[in-house]
Design a protein around this ligand. Sequence first.
Ligand SMILES: [Zn+2]
Length: 250
Amino acid sequence: MLKLRWIPVALLLLVVVSCVVLYTADQSQLNRNTSENRETLFQVAAFKPFAQGEYDGVITYAELAKHGDFGIGTLTGLDGEMVALNGVFYQIPTDGKPVKITSEAETPFAEVTFFEADQTLYVADAMNYSELTAYIDQIIAPESAMYAIKIHGVYDYAKTRSVPVQTEPYPTLTEVIAQQTIFTLDNVTGTAAGFRLPSYMDGVNVAGYHLHFITDDEGAGGHLLDCVVRNATIEIDYTYQYELTLPENS
Ligand SMILES: [Zn+2]
């Protein structure tokens, strides 16, 4: 039996212990949420309706930057290709010269994450685009996950494209791509950045690989169509969470 005078002490101890337990639980919840958010693929607009001609801005780049420092997309009116690396968002317009995107510019379609490599590989030998993607395919597992991918290397050849800004009524993406400008880059050092998504995401996004490119000197880039890369450092960020923001008028 507890002596009567120990009861207030025991109660006080109980309160202190409870507070510590609750605080610790709260902190671990906070940490888990933070790391989960960094493992989220954040996407602006579903791909299919976007490709039908929904090119009005949905959110600003200031807002987009809160959800990731790495990714791809475009700007209002389908004004060129966007690539984000290390928190810097670049537009590659049809003249092929990357420019930094202002925070008040808006995006009708984008996909970003906070890039943290879970796996890093180095391949010295030259690989063309299909060899590169086949190589990554055999590394990653499971097929059903989402992967953010960054490939830095010497590009003996890179074929990229950009698309011209559109006005309403907006044509479909297929019609705009018919007016694309192609760039052929030889012997440049740069980074291809983007995602590999599972087949079940087709429609809401694009299944398979979608990579945009920018040279180290920020002089050229675009949506990557083909390449030959050597001395490649391939970084893969396994991504398990997905957040989709739809246009309010959609
Ligand atoms: Zn693209």
